[in-house]
Design a protein around this ligand. Structure first.
Ligand SMILES: [Zn+2]
Ligand SMILES: [Zn+2]
Length: 259
């Protein structure tokens, strides 16, 4: 179809109708102030920073929150100096996680009320979001020191102390092209804490390189084998497993007889 100005205008109008669709709220998001009635009572709160609510006056208690705040960015982008931040501040300020180094934007009030710190490492640094600190294992550094060396970023030292079964999405340097890519720690180690859903059996092999290198690195050997044998069925691993466990006694239930 010829894209005349009329067609383009109609298309724009059709597209722009979708701007009224509310964004998806996932299980963590609470109240979405996207209607007039939802917004109006909140706009009536005119907050003033006093000595009693200034965040820096509570540095003994909230030192970690103050350390996480990206004050330079807040001042330049939002015009909010650190002295103006309240400990229950509703404004969405810029943070930079001191644990994993990820930047995030969040209201100070939700950090204070719910410990809603950095979403990358708050609970995902552990093998399980439910058990968090209760479920810890040997660290990545202790389990796979060769993988810990491939961690990228200035917080690589801290991240290498996370559990080898951790769900944390870390930045890694590809050993093939030296570019940085993201993969979770447990994908790279292939280890999963007991009782958790397992990762893909070959995940350690497939996440060993960046997205552009892993295809070549993992499928080139299989391709060469297929050219030689012409009957590559993908059953080789299963056949090996069966051959290895042939002598083992596996308990089987007695078959019911209905005759
Ligand atoms: Zn973090
Ligand atoms: Zn690569």
């Amino acid at each position: 179809m010829k894209r005349t100005s009329v067609v383009l205008a109609a298309e724009f109008k059709q597209k722009s109708r979708w701007m009224h669709v509310w964004p998806q709220m996932h299980y963590g998001a609470m109240f979405l102030p996207f209607g007039v009635g939802r917004r109006l009572p909140l706009t009536g709160c005119n907050w003033v920073t006093r000595d009693s609510n200034r965040l820096t006056n509570f540095s003994t208690r909230y030192a970690t929150v103050i350390a996480d705040l990206d004050s330079a960015k807040n001042e330049s982008e939002l015009n909010v100096p650190l002295s103006d931040v309240r400990w229950g501040d509703h404004r969405r300020l810029f943070f930079k996680c001191t644990t994993c180094g990820e930047p995030y934007r969040r209201a100070v009030s939700s950090v204070m009320k719910f410990h809603a710190h950095c979403g990358s490492c708050r609970s995902r640094r552990y093998p399980s979001e439910v058990l968090k600190g209760q479920m810890t294992g040997a660290s990545l550094q202790a389990t796979k020191p060769e993988l810990a060396k491939e961690l990228a970023g200035e917080k690589a030292q801290t991240i290498s102390g996370f559990a080898a079964t951790s769900k944390f999405n870390a930045n890694w340097t590809c050993s093939c092209c030296n570019k940085t890519y993201r993969a979770s720690i447990r994908e790279r180690t292939g280890l999963v804490a007991p009782g958790m859903a397992p990762v893909f059996a070959d995940s350690a092999r497939w996440t060993g390189f960046c997205h552009s290198c892993r295809w070549e690195k993992n499928l080139a050997p299989a391709g060469r084998e297929a050219l030689q044998r012409l009957d590559l069925l993908g059953l080789e691993a299963t056949a090996k497993e069966i051959a290895a466990s042939s002598g083992k006694k596996i308990p089987r239930r007695r078959k019911a007889l209905f005759a």
